[in-house]
Design a protein around this ligand. Sequence first.
Ligand SMILES: Cc1ncc(C[n+]2csc(CCOP(=O)(O)OP(=O)(O)O)c2C)c(N)n1
Ligand code: SF4
Length: 351
Amino acid sequence: MTAAVKEPGAGGAKLNLLGFDRTEYKGKPSTLCSGCGHDSIASQIIAVAWELSLEPHRVIKTSGIGCSSKSPAYFLNRSHGFNSLHGRMPSLTTGAVLANKDLQAISVSGDGDTGSIGLGQYKHLLRRNVPMVYIIENNGVYGLTKGQFSATADEGQKLKYAGVNELPPIDLCLEAIASGCGFVARSFAGDAKQVRELLKAALSYKGGTAVLDIISPCITFNNHEESTKSYSYGKANEERLHDISFIEPQGEIVVDYEEGTAREVRMHDGSTIVLRKLGDDYNPQDRNAAISKLDEAQAKQEFITGLLYINEGRKRIHEALHIVDTPLAELNEAQLRPPREALDKIMADMN
Ligand SMILES: Cc1ncc(C[n+]2csc(CCOP(=O)(O)OP(=O)(O)O)c2C)c(N)n1
Ligand code: SF4
């Protein structure tokens, strides 16, 4: 994976290391409401996949059901894609990644898809540590079914058709950290640079599931001033934990030391994330600190963004299940079927 860009191709378009221009990473035209946060995220996925020279045929895009789950149709046309059932994207992706560990899963879900109907699947996916990038396009409502409150809606929030939400929100980043997830980040769809840098870091993370919770305003049903999921709230209240710069393994290493102290987080593939701290002494490798920071933020209705927690120490599902190196999908029948003696032994044991 590298970000170097080659000479311009025919027509002057810039080409990445695979010789593709950016249009090769686009999807179909969006059918979402014009201005929906989900479309900004799809644009950043296109930009990052092109920049990192991801091989489109090695990417599998999965999703559940919802406006957010329609997003994979709008990026990486040349990749494999599967739009599953509402809340069932995690088990579908687990199967796909178990069958072919060489695929890079980029999965998109909504706050309803993940935090309501899919919460059980979400927790078990994280517990199993399935290698994938899990993007939650979080708008605090069910957009596709016209604006009911989801499990991440703010307590006390009023919506024209849904009334008042009397229940406290679930913080999907806190849930991820509690379930042992080793890469947990939060961003805001209106902050394109931060979304891009966190996406690059998530795609380079080799420790298992990388969760990226992106506040993505639903401009049709939840863009009111009092909503913490609106554009105006996001712009006015976003508190960045740090400025994050992702550096490719082979890329030029540029760190602006003058802006303050820098903390380097090295990934297994040799790439590095540099966090420039802005006065706040935040250490994303400290699990307890991450939990307290999120707890405090939730109590104050603060909106913190950045890399909340990172740890590459856990076994991924393939190691935990002792799965062979060759992708299962590439094994032949003789390799998959137990030998005659093994079957004879099972039969003998049953007698
Ligand atoms: C089993 C099941 N229950 C309910 C629905 C109806 N449904 C479709 S999308 C959706 C909510 C989507 O909300 P969210 O995941 O937050 O995505 P958004 O549309 O806001 O992006 C619901 C309840 C369904 N399709 N399947
Ligand atoms: S209803 Fe909301 S979430 Fe759905 S496309 Fe429109 S703005 Fe986006």
